[in-house]
Design a protein around this ligand. Structure first.
Ligand SMILES: Cc1ncc(COP(=O)(O)O)c(C=O)c1O
Length: 365
C-alpha cells in the first residue's frame, strides 16, 4: 500500500543494533522520522517522512523556555506471521486530545497519528527487532516552536514521530520477569489536583528527576509516588501505574483526582482482571495499609503497568531507609499471568479476545 505522505529516503542508513538482547529502552533510533507542521489559520499540514536528523530549532523557541509540549508512548509488535501491529491506538488518540486541551496545543486528528506511524514504520520495518521481549517503541510528540518569550500559547507547532527498537524497560529480559526495588517518595510530589498529572507532558517528568535520584541512591529502580495533598495515598510508580494485590483483591489509584496518568496498560489490566472475575478496586489506598499488609503477610503482589514496563513486578519497597519485602520478593503469579496475556495479545501469540490490536499491512519475515 502507498503512504498518504511523501517520503524522502536517507542517503546514509545507520548501522542497526547487533545484539537484540541488550537493546535497553529507546537508546537507538531508526533511519527516518515523521514530521508535520501546524500554523494558526492553516491547521496541521505538510506531513512527511524524512531522514532522522538533528532539528534546526531557534534558541528562542518557546518550548525551550516554557515547555509547551506533549508526547505519547506506544509500541509496534511483530506477530509470529510477521505482521506488525500496534495496541489500542484509539486510547492514545483520546489521551492526546485531553493532553492537547490542557496544554493549549491544537488537537491532532487521530488518523494523522495512525497514518504517520504507519508511514514511518513502513520505511523502517527492517529495524523491527525479533528477539523475545523486544518491540519498536513509538514516540509521537508535539512542541511549540514559535520564537517568542511571551509566556503564552504558540501559533506554530511541530509534530514528530520517532521509532526506537527496544528491549525491556527495567533491564534485560531473560525469559522470566524480574522483580524491582522501588523507593517510596514522601518528600517530593509529582502532581497535584488541577495540575498536569493526567496529561502526558515533559514537565511532569522533569520535575520528577530529583525524586528519581533519591531512589537511585537507595539502589531502587523507580519511585512510588504518594498523593500531593496528604502524602498518604499511593498514586503511581515512575512511568507506570501501580497495582497492589492484598488478600486476593487488587487495588489501584483511581483517575478521579486527575493526578495520575490514565495508562492504557492500566485500563487493559483492569479489564482483564474483571474478565477473570478477580475483584479490582479503583480508589484511595493508604500507603500505611500497604505497609501493614507487608508486615502481616497479606500483601501478595505489587506490580507496575505501562507501555514501556508492560507488567513489572515489585519485589521490595524502601521507605524511610527501611526495606519491606513484597511476599517472597519474586514475580507473583498474577503479574506473570497478566504479562503473559497482555504481551501475548500484543505480539499475536495469545488470541486477542478484546479487539485491542491494530494490525498494519506491513510484514517483516
Ligand atoms: C507517569 C506515567 N504513568 C503511567 C504510565 C503508563 O501508561 P501506558 O500504560 O499508557 O503506557 C506512563 C507511561 O506512559 C507514565 O509515564
Amino acid at each position: 500500500m502507498k503512504n498518504r505522505f511523501p517520503v524522502t529516503r536517507t542517503t546514509h542508513p545507520k548501522e542497526k543494533p547487533q545484539d537484540e538482547n541488550n537493546l535497553g529502552f529507546a537508546k537507538v533510533f531508526t533511519d527516518h522520522m515523521f514530521v508535520m507542521d501546524y500554523d494558526e489559520g492553516q491547521g496541521w499540514h505538510d506531513g512527511r517522512v524524512v531522514p532522522y536528523e538533528p532539528l534546526q530549532i531557534d534558541p528562542a523557541s518557546c518550548v525551550l523556555h516554557y515547555a509547551q509540549m506533549m508526547f505519547e508512548g506506544m509500541k509496534a509488535y511483530r506477530r509470529p506471521d510477521g505482521v506488525l501491529q500496534i495496541f489500542r491506538p484509539d486510547m492514545n488518540i483520546k489521551r492526546m486530545a485531553r493532553t492537547a486541551e490542557r496544554m493549549c496545543i491544537p488537537e491532532l486528528p487521530g488518523d494523522i497519528l495512525i497514518d504517520g506511524i504507519e508511514a514511518v514504520l513502513r520505511e523502517d520495518a527492517d529495524w523491527m527487532p525479533k528477539a523475545p521481549g523486544t518491540s519498536m517503541y513509538i514516540r509521537p510528540f508535539i512542541f511549540a516552536d514559535e520564537v517568542s518569550f511571551s509566556a503564552l500559547w504558540a501559533n506554530h507547532y511541530r509534530f514528530i514521530i520517532l521509532l526506537a527498537p527496544t528491549g525491556a524497560y527495567y533491564g534485560s529480559f531473560t525469559g522470566k520477569l524480574s522483580a524491582s526495588r522501588i523507593y517510596v517518595q514522601d518528600k517530593y510530589i509529582r502532581a497535584a489536583r488541577g495540575g498536569t498529572g493526567f496529561a502526558k507532558v515533559g514537565g511532569n517528568y522533569g520535575g520528577a528527576m530529583r525524586a528519581a535520584r533519591d531512589a537511585a541512591e537507595y539502589h531502587c529502580k523507580d519511585v512510588l509516588w504518594l498523593d500531593a495533598a496528604e502524602h498518604k495515598y499511593v498514586e503511581e510508580i515512575g512511568t507506570s501505574n501501580a497495582f497492589f494485590r492484598i488478600n486476593d483483591e487488587v487495588y489501584t489509584a483511581s483517575l478521579d483526582s486527575g493526578t495520575i496518568l490514565p495508562g492504557i496498560t492500566r485500563d487493559s489490566v483492569i479489564r482483564l482482571l474483571k474478565s477473570w472475575n478477580i475483584p479490582v478496586h479503583e480508589g484511595k489506598l493508604e500507603f500505611a495499609k500497604v505497609l501493614e499488609a507487608a508486615k502481616d503477610g497479606s500483601l501478595q503482589e505489587i506490580f507496575a503497568s505501562g507501555t514501556a514496563a508492560v507488567i513489572s513486578p515489585i519485589g521490595s519497597l524502601t521507605f524511610e531507609g527501611v526495606d519491606y519485602q513484597v511476599a517472597d520478593g519474586e514475580a507473583g503469579p498474577l503479574a506473570t499471568k497478566l504479562y503473559t496475556n497482555l504481551y501475548g495479545m500484543q505480539t499475536g501469540t495469545v488470541e486477542d479476545t478484546m479487539g485491542w490490536t491494530y494490525p498494519f499491512d506491513i510484514v517483516v519475515k
